[in-house]
Design a protein around this ligand. Structure first.
Ligand code: FES
Ligand SMILES: [Fe+2]
Length: 345
């Protein structure tokens, strides 16, 4: 059931994953990313250069390749700018059709509309179907509700490049087995450990883990904060979206952007949950700062081991042996195997 070792570094498998997995439900951003007109997020998915934009008709995803001489229309990343190529100023309407091509002879233009892709939204998360089919998002609201995360305005956003295959980053967050060994100075003092009791659940393309430690010194502090609860709740939306709730105070939204078979960019943000917003400002600020520092530390600790796994998988070795406590990874592998088998549509 475990994907073969070569699937973690083989270039053709990577291309297959883009077209069979990522093309079907590609996370393009949260509602907050498209809060005002002309906000955009653009990125590269294999040979697809894409841009998602806030248009007067809602959020839309287009090919980001200009119809004139194929410059990227929106620069990589995110921001707010008119839907206009900066090379010779060709601009586009909300439906991707050409609006204005200065000094051009319109009669000789064969292509006048950018390709666009269907979009679905659930719980303020937007996904595109790069295969031309509206992505399934029906499980997303239940997942967010289980994890107790509303996708509101972020108080911190950052990104972290990893020299490893995207699957290693997914697997890393789907088990708590490694906590005692990797997060000795971060999550262990925060009251979580390798054997913290947790409720685990699955649907067809989502899974969750609700860890609520029974006793821990940190509970004493949290008791004084109304609405706070000592817990770590984690959710996963296949293939590349991660959400978490720490102590009912801080939310996390992460997305994995696969750059190549052995490079992945994690873009992450932290959100204030309602119980945190209800606290006095000085306390909110303290908790926000602590959350950023702790998240950065944990991500660095994990980066080290996933990159180490990548080097191991690229070397001669024996197949990985998953343990019963890694059952969420098995579920991930099951979805992966099923979707990789399906004919590309
Ligand atoms: S390449 Fe875009 S306007 Fe010329
Ligand atoms: Fe970790």
């Amino acid at each position: 059931m475990h994907p073969a070792r070569h699937t973690y570094h083989d270039k053709s498998v990577f291309q297959d994953e883009l077209s069979r997995l990522f093309n079907r439900r590609l996370f393009i951003g949260a509602t907050q990313d498209f809060a005002s007109l002309d906000c955009y997020r653009s990125f590269q998915l294999g040979r697809h250069a894409l841009t998602s934009r806030a248009t007067p008709e809602g959020v839309r995803t287009f090919s980001n390749v200009c119809l004139h001489r194929n410059s990227l229309i929106d620069p990589p990343g995110s921001g707010q700018r008119p839907f206009r190529c900066s090379y010779h100023g060709w601009s586009y309407h909300a439906d991707g059709s050409l609006k204005h091509a200065p000094y051009a002879e319109i009669a000789c233009l064969h292509h006048r509309r950018l390709s666009s892709f269907p979009i679905a939204e659930a719980g303020q998360l937007h996904f595109a179907g790069i295969n031309g089919i509206t992505p399934l998002v029906d499980e997303v609201p239940e997942l967010l509700q289980k994890v107790g995360v509303g996708i509101d305005t972020a108080f911190h956003q950052s990104e972290l490049a990893h020299e490893c295959n995207w699957k290693l980053l997914v697997e890393n967050v789907l088990e708590g087995y490694h906590l005692n060994f990797i997060h000795e100075n971060s999550l262990i003092p925060a009251g979580l450990h390798s054997a913290t009791p947790a409720e685990i659940g699955y649907r067809s393309y989502t899974s969750w883990c609700l860890a609520r430690p029974e006793a821990s010194p940190i509970m004493t502090g949290l008791k004084h904060l109304p609405g706070a609860r000592h817990q770590y709740l984690h959710g996963y939306i296949f293939p590349n979206v991660l959400v978490a709730n720490t102590n009912n105070l801080v939310g996390y939204l992460g997305e994995l952007q696969p750059l190549s078979a052995d490079r992945t960019l994690l873009r992450w943000r932290l959100l204030e949950l309602p119980a945190l917003r209800a606290l006095p400002e000085n306390m909110r600020e303290y908790i926000r700062q602590e959350a950023v520092a702790s998240c950065e530390k944990v991500l660095q600790e994990d980066k080290h081991v996933v990159e180490s796994c990548q080097r191991g998988l690229e070397s001669e070795g024996t197949p990985p042996q998953l343990q019963p406590c890694e059952e969420r990874i098995m579920h991930f592998h099951q979805i992966y195997a099923e979707m990789m088998k399906q004919t590309e549509s």
